[in-house]
Write a protein that binds this ligand. Structure first.
Ligand code: FES
Ligand SMILES: [Fe+2]
Length: 380
């Protein structure tokens, strides 16, 4: 969340119907999810040759895999025979460099998607295997982060992909980070509700007591010191409540605030590093960068009122291999916060079905939500 101006006037939020209406959801899937880059996983989640993950977006299913030659590739996870799903699990490992359909066992080359064999007694004369290859999904591996796009003509443009981009990211060699932990949860809310929740801290003291203690500015319901119109008055205050950043003595987002060593020197040396940096890419992901780890959070709609949230905790290999490192302390802290947010999102979703209320309203601190809504409206 970068600094921005608070809203001078309250503005209408999106029509409440947009959070549950099937027709509207279909529109968002075709105008946004079928066209924008979305995040799959860190490439080290697919470290071993033949390992794969499957990714669901609404009714689409994609399989992302590393083939026997170590190349990454993604396909629509649908058999070209009669449309069965190919890989059934969320993650797994192929037995060979073949994708074999669990239904009638057509087999495809995992490296290029070519149909290798059918199981019919004879292939008809007018049947050409080459007409029935798997459908590739466009992929961009950027600093080790795998992004996909259903639009095969899509171009990767960093300036358009990331809303909030931090150049600090370039110095971190994120491609070398290891995936220490993955957590996933299905939340009963529209995907936009999750983003809105992420974009403000009006709810922080109420819903996140632990986080509001760790980041005292959040306890004031603010994400940026300049969100307070009186901020200049506090410019010389040392208290992180007014300056932002972690509470005194804390080093990272963890249960006790400690970073257990292996801090990134580059970040440590930054004088104005507040202890966390956020990078956002709509519609599917944000990154939270800390001195000792990076967390990716992927947000994908499973339907118009169901959202899958998946977090990866990335650590340097030095940290991963340190037996004394308390990874659990880092993971548990963020899970606590994300569970609290998940609950709030579900409450929000439950309330939107109300034909007598057409839309809500955005207050001054909700400028980031306004930006998100403006982006969304442009896209659809
Ligand atoms: S549907 Fe895949 S082999 Fe028949
Ligand atoms: Fe929150």
């Amino acid at each position: 969340m970068t600094s921005s101006h608070i809203l001078e006037r309250s503005v209408k939020s999106l029509p409440l119907k947009w959070y549950y209406d099937d027709k509207h959801h279909t529109k968002e899937v075709s105008k946004i999810w079928s066209k924008e880059w979305f995040y799959a996983c860190h490439e080290n989640a697919l470290k071993e040759p033949l390992s794969y993950i499957t990714v669901n977006i609404d009714n689409f299913n994609v399989v992302v895999l590393r083939d026997k030659n170590n190349s990454l590739v993604a396909y629509i996870n649908t058999c070209r025979h009669r449309g069965s799903i190919l890989c059934k699990e969320k993650q797994g490992k192929l037995k060979s460099n073949l994708l074999t359909c669990p239904y009638h066992q057509w087999a495809y080359n995992a490296s290029d998607g070519r149909l290798i064999k059918t199981t019919s007694i004879i292939d008809p004369k007018n049947f050409k295997k080459s007409d029935h290859s798997l459908v590739k999904v466009k992929m961009k591996v950027w600093h080790g982060l795998i992004f996909l796009n259903f639009n095969n003509k899509a171009k990767w443009d960093l300036k358009k992909v990331f809303v909030d981009y931090s150049s600090a990211f370039n110095k971190l060699n994120v491609e070398d980070y290891e995936v220490g932990h993955v957590w996933s949860k299905t939340i009963n809310c529209n995907w936009k509700i999750f983003w809105e929740n992420y974009s403000e801290c009006l709810h922080c003291p109420n819903l996140h007591p632990e986080l509001s203690d760790l980041v005292p500015l959040y306890g004031r319901r603010l994400v940026d010191i300049k969100d307070d119109p009186q901020w200049k008055k506090f410019i010389n205050e040392k208290d992180p409540k007014f300056q932002g950043g972690l509470k005194n003595g804390a080093e990272t987002w963890s249960m006790d605030g400690s970073a257990q060593g292996h801090k990134t020197k580059y970040l440590e040396d930054q004088k104005d590093f507040p202890g966390y940096i956020y990078m956002t890419t709509w519609p599917s992901m944000f990154l939270a960068i800390f001195t000792d780890h990076i967390r990716t959070v992927r947000i994908l709609p499973l339907g118009n009122e169901t959202t899958e949230v998946t977090a990866e905790w990335l650590f340097t290999s030095k940290t991963i291999n340190d037996k004394n490192y308390k990874m659990k302390s880092v993971v548990d802290f963020s899970v606590t916060v994300m569970e609290q947010d998940g609950e709030a999102c579900e409450l929000n979703q439950k309330g939107v079905h109300n034909p007598s209320i057409k839309s809500g309203v955005l207050m001054p601190e909700e400028y980031e939500i306004k930006k998100f809504h403006d982006w969304l409206k442009r896209k659809i």
